[in-house]
Design a protein around this ligand. Structure first.
Ligand code: RBF
Length: 169
């Protein structure tokens, strides 16, 4: 989460492990699309900047954040995909939908990640207002899509390095 002290796009490319060869799935929710499209663009730009090739980025769309988990599961079933980023924006409303959707996505992402043994990244904004969302989707607090992309690369490389170490042990 961005704070006054942390910008979501504040990372140093030299601290990120090499990303060439990693295949990344991205699931984008169409609710609040002006925000989720900006998050997607941030994620794709950062993946490319870190060395992921365009043909190794697979983007699919689901209607709302509630459907992100199923979209992630479909991508995880593709054995060539190393990691999946879920992108959504759930804005606090006056009903309980906010809590239901946020809980479902957070639990769903965790479950899919463990079931398929692949990093599934929670790139979902849960702000009180649209303005707060825009601040974190390329606005004054940076872009959570950038952060999600860096997290995906780090986690995919962590899995590769642990597997390699186990094979060499
Ligand atoms: N989906 C989102 O991604 N963000 C939202 O802020 C959001 N708000 C919703 C509010 C209500 C009252 C409802 C019924 C749905 C909302 N959804 C939202 C859509 C939800 O994630 C899902 O697509 C639908 O509930 C269909 O399963």
């Amino acid at each position: 989460m961005s704070t006054a002290h942390k910008n979501l796009s504040d990372f140093n490319h030299t601290n990120i492990p090499p990303a060439a060869g990693i295949r990344v799935g991205i699931v984008v929710a169409e609710w609040n699309v002006e925000v989720t499209a900006a998050l997607r663009d941030g994620a794709v730009k950062t993946l490319l900047a870190c060395g992921v090739t365009e043909s190794d980025i697979i983007v699919v769309y689901v209607p709302g954040s509630f459907e992100l988990t199923y979209g992630a599961q479909l991508l995880c079933e593709d054995k060539t995909i190393d990691t999946v980023i879920c992108i959504g924006c759930v804005i606090q409303g006056e009903t309980k939908h906010f809590d239901f959707i946020c809980d479902a996505v957070a639990n769903g992402v965790t479950n899919v990640s463990l079931k398929y043994n692949k990093p599934v990244i929670f790139g979902v904004l849960t702000p009180n207002t649209l303005e707060q969302a825009q601040d974190r989707a390329g606005g004054k607090h940076g872009n959570k899509g950038d952060e999600a992309a860096v997290t995906a690369i780090k986690m995919a490389q962590l899995k590769k390095s642990v597997k390699t170490r186990m094979m060499n042990a």
